[in-house]
Design a protein around this ligand. Structure first.
Ligand SMILES: [Zn+2]
Length: 92
């Protein structure tokens, strides 16, 4: 009925999608992208909110959204960290 969503995660996912669409990063495998998201999210404040399941997020207060410039900076930094020390090779 209700679900808990971290809006920072939504924004990081969107920013990361845009970033890898327009930039060459060393590896775009599922593991590396998840590592980049985890690293960026650990450096950003969480923005949890409760919504009805499947509800569109338009009603969420825009002033509480994480700053997109800061999110992009964390995503770029995370991609450098992950590229330097990828986890995928340990699993494959
Ligand atoms: Zn990878």
């Amino acid at each position: 009925m209700y679900e808990l969503t971290n809006y920072s995660e939504v924004v990081v996912k969107k920013v990361l999608d845009d970033y890898i669409a327009n930039n060459n990063i060393q590896c775009k495998c599922e593991r590396c992208l998840a590592d980049i998201m985890a690293y960026a999210l650990n450096h950003l404040p969480p923005r949890y909110f409760v919504s009805h399941k499947g509800e569109v997020l338009t009603s969420f207060e825009s002033q509480t959204l994480p700053d997109r410039t800061r999110v992009l900076a964390e995503v770029v930094y995370a991609s450098v960290i992950v590229a330097a020390n990828p986890s995928h090779s340990k699993e494959n």
